[in-house]
Design a protein around this ligand. Structure first.
Ligand SMILES: Cc1cc2nc3c(=O)[nH]c(=O)nc-3n(C[C@H](O)[C@H](O)[C@H](O)COP(=O)(O)OP(=O)(O)OC[C@H]3O[C@@H](n4cnc5c(N)ncnc54)[C@H](O)[C@@H]3O)c2cc1C
Length: 658
């Protein structure tokens, strides 16, 4: 008689039952039992900076998933095992006589390394087959990388070219109607102290905890019920966000957004306002995509259907707006996500740092990561120069004295989400715009505070914004006053998140330190006492940053260069700056602006020369994000850029056919 199939389904990036190719693959095995397991991994509890809002979102999503499982099988629910998966999964496979371990494949960062260790250990047991099924993105990043000859996709154009031979994302799968029950959940002696060591040398979330951590007191939780941990057990205070987790909420939000067909069909990212927050101008679906509460195919096809309906119903209406196109439309937004996933997949764990990262330009940022002689990262990071540390802290806490920056950083802390162009503003300010502080520090703060934090999109966008990779027009800097004024002259976002400034007249809302003292008194807020003076001279620092980056570009080192690995590069650049390079003409003459690869900032509109952006006239990107390479003063396009334009055209044609 054939052996009964016993599945351990390991939930990780797929907290949903709709459109789950991995869950479908598990059910196609016709299992007698299916154990839905989540491992509560100490890596995320101690070694990642995870703030209260992301933990809370995760716990809510786990509860929602558990309820969805119970609806499909009264005996089923999410079984949370509180141990490192490298230990827990093999132990469970042995104890529960698992014939198949099934999960959604995760190609990113720590997860990829963790999984290869888990698989190695499970295979060593013998008797358990492993099925890792693609499902987190529209295209399988590994296949995209293979099509791109193993190289990272450094622009949307190169990503599109690599993906064009791959199968189109299919329509989403329906949720299963029924699930098999889990089998006996007795743990016997599967877990001993030896195979479940919980602990850490450094608890990066120590400062956030208000009480002692208890979530690892029992391997299967209190009363051995495999319960979902609580914020209390994590020692954390309640969340502050108004964003609820879970598949149910994800589908409700998607429904609500797609109901307005005109908005979906004419969505143009550069025109969405970062100053809108209630409701925001974009979908706010990123947290749900991150945890897999929403499948990217469900998102894609709902959007495509809405656009089709719009086009059909407006076919004869000559006056109606045409549907927008990638990359500025909603489908285009998903493609940026795809591009970063594929780039990270090719680059591996170094994608999240400068050192060893061959795609990342070396710039002598302040407060970079620091490493021991053996190459291991120093955690916690030793303190740097006092002025830089103070600037970094002010940025992080929303106390820079620049209301637009401060409002965004406070919104981020409170809500765990900010608009894309708001992310642009604060990332540019911290790095190449004003503070010259390493993007690694900014990415770390986003890691702590964003609900949607994702190792691919976060590091990728930080490299983009700091002109370390993907984008190279470092002389284009967001104005701290002029940029927000472009979207909202009344300062709604500032009034909401910096309430001490709420009574300032519109004229001074983005620069209250310029208000006469009687205006400050009338507003009930004295600058320098009730709200900080600006921590720096934004225009002066902007010029300094540009000339320093120009010098770093001239050196041309990347993160894997010997000079970077030996830490010689910083001293070399210091020397170059000392030789009077600070006064170097910032004109970016031909060849200084890197290879010119990449598109304009992801839907930023920064290249459009809008009045709110301090734009150099030499090089611009259009709203499609493709480089036009038109240089002022009659300078001809370089041969390289005209070749790139041909490629862009080809891939655009390809996409418009799809
Ligand atoms: C410095 C910086 C850091 C970022 N860190 C993250 C991160 O950790 N996680 C994350 O999901 N996004 C990140 N982004 C990208 C982007 O800002 C967010 O995905 C977007 O703002 C989420 O809001 P939304 O769901 O309303 O987006 P929408 O405009 O509604 O877009 C729909 C979806 O497309 C995807 N998307 C849109 N723009 C991008 C982009 N540029 N890169 C990758 N995916 C994109 C997201 O999944 C998003 O939910 C970052 C951007 C910057 C500039």
């Amino acid at each position: 008689m054939a052996k009964a199939t016993r599945v351990l389904y390991w939930f990780r990036t797929d907290l949903r039952v709709h459109d789950s190719p991995a869950l479908h693959a598990a059910l196609a095995l016709n299992p007698e039992v299916l154990y839905p397991v989540w491992t509560w991994d100490p890596e995320y509890v101690f070694s990642h900076r995870v703030g209260v809002n992301r933990f809370n979102f995760l716990l809510e999503s786990m509860h929602d998933l558990s309820a969805a499982l119970t609806t499909r099988s009264p005996e089923s629910r999410l079984l949370v095992v509180r141990a490192p998966p490298q230990m827990a999964i093999p132990a469970l496979c042995r104890q529960w006589k698992i014939t198949h371990l099934v999960y959604e494949r995760d190609t990113a960062g720590y997860a990829a390394i963790r999984d290869s260790e888990v698989v190695k250990r499970v295979r060593a047991l013998g008797g358990t087959e492993v099925l890792a099924v693609h499902g987190h993105t529209l295209y399988d990043p590994q296949r995209v990388v293979a099509a791109n000859h193993g190289k990272p996709t450094m622009s949307l154009a190169s990503w599109r070219k690599a993906a064009q031979g791959l199968p189109e994302p299919e329509r989403p799968l329906p949720p299963p109607e029924k699930l098999p029950p889990p089998g006996d959940t007795d743990l016997g002696d599967a877990f001993t102290r030896k195979n479940q060591p919980i602990g850490c040398d450094t608890d990066l979330n120590e400062d956030t905890r208000e009480t002692e951590l208890h979530c690892y007191d029992h391997i299967a939780g209190p009363n051995n019920e495999f319960a979902i941990p609580s914020m209390d057990e994590l020692g954390l205070p309640p969340a502050t966000t108004s964003i609820y987790g879970g598949e149910t909420e994800a589908l409700r939000r998607l429904d609500a957004y797609c109901r307005d067909k005109v908005r979906v069909a004419t969505f143009a990212k550069p025109k969405t306002s970062p100053a809108e927050f209630d409701p925001p101008a974009t979908t706010l679906l990123s947290p749900y995509l991150k945890f897999g509460c929403l499948s990217s195919r469900e998102f894609l096809w709902r959007v495509r259907d809405a656009v089709d309906e719009y086009v059909k119903s407006n076919g004869d209406a000559k006056k109606s707006k045409p549907a927008s196109k990638p990359p500025e439309n909603l489908e285009g937004q998903l493609l940026f996500r795809e591009m970063y996933y594929a780039a990270e997949c090719a680059q591996g764990i170094n994608f999240g740092q400068v050192r060893g990262n061959s795609i990342c330009r070396f710039i002598d940022w302040k407060l970079p990561n620091q490493y021991a002689a053996d190459g291991s990262k120093l955690v916690p990071r030793p303190r740097g120069n006092a002025v830089d540390e103070e600037r970094f802290q002010s940025w992080k806490e929303g106390k820079t004295g620049f209301p637009w920056i401060d409002a965004i950083m406070r919104q981020l802390r409170l809500e765990g989400w900010i608009h894309h162009l708001a992310r642009h503003s604060v990332a540019c300010f911290l790095t190449r715009g004003q503070c010259y502080i390493s993007w690694e520090r900014g990415a770390e703060v986003f890691d702590e505070l964003l609900i949607d934090w994702d190792p691919c999109s976060n590091a990728g966008n930080w490299m983009w914004l700091s002109c370390s990779a993907f984008f190279s027009s470092y002389y284009r800097v967001y104005g701290v006053k002029s940029f927000p004024e472009k979207f909202d002259k009344t300062g709604k976002l500032v009034r909401k998140f910096c309430p001490e400034l709420a009574k300032f007249p519109d004229k001074y809302i983005y620069a209250p330190h310029t208000a006469p003292i009687d205006v400050q008194k009338k507003a009930g807020c004295i600058i320098g006492r009730d709200y900080p003076m600006p921590i720096l001279d934004d225009k002066l620092e902007k010029e300094r940053c540009i000339s320093r980056i120009k010098m770093a570009y001239k050196k041309g080192y990347h993160g894997d260069h010997e000079a970077v690995l030996s830490e010689r590069a910083t001293a070399e650049l210091e020397g170059a700056h000392d030789k009077g390079s600070e006064s170097a003409d910032r004109a970016a003459d031909s060849g200084d602006v890197g290879e010119g690869v990449g598109d304009g900032p992801a839907g930023s509109g920064i290249g459009r020369g809008g009045e709110g952006v301090q734009v150099d006239q030499r090089s611009r990107s259009d709203e499609q994000g493709t480089r036009k390479s038109k240089r002022a003063g009659g300078v001809q396009n370089s041969e390289g850029s005209s070749k790139r334009r041909k490629t862009d055209r080809k891939v655009d044609e390809f996409f418009s056919k799809k």
